[in-house]
Design a protein around this ligand. Sequence first.
Ligand code: GRF
Length: 202
Amino acid sequence: MNLQRFRICVFASGRGSNLQAIINAIEEKRLDCEIAFVLSNNSDSGALEIARKKNIPAIHLSEKVFHKNSFEESLIDVLDEFKPDLIVLAGYMKLIPESIIKKYRNRMINIHPALLPKYGGKGMYGMNVHRAVYESGDKFSGVTIHIVNENYDEGKILFQKKVDISDCASPEEIAEKVLLIEHSVYPEVIQSIITGKIKLED
Ligand code: GRF
């Protein structure tokens, strides 16, 4: 029987360490899927570099290059061509157009480096998150994986893991500790979605 493999695509703007963790998990057979393509708004992102090295289609698509409408159309064209089962956001810094969210309702997930609903929303990305956590004096931070909807960081929470940060002396140390956890849990959660252990529908 020739069962088609589950297909994900990964959207990333930056260095792509979560993408690398996903690729490692696939290669080590902890994650049973293929990466149909990697997309970035940033032409020299580490993520595109990683994809190219692995012969994964690496697509650069930016609103700076296109008009708003043609950007959305191009994105839809890419999705229609590759037909991923799941869109995985891993450090994608751009708001996803509403038409794409509608088309991929309950089929798009994001990873956030804190325990949502705290430290989420517009402007809360990258080191901004870890700085806010550090300044709050919280003893715990963590990782949240959630469904993407129309509002930043507000979709249904699928998974959370707490991280003890009481020994962290800077936002950078928090970032490092949280990132390690991201790398272990994101592939696991994607695998649980594939096997149906985690359900995406409300
Ligand atoms: C991660 O911390 C992720 O939680 C956030 O952006 C960062 C991306 O890092 N959304 P990387 O590009 O995967 O290394």
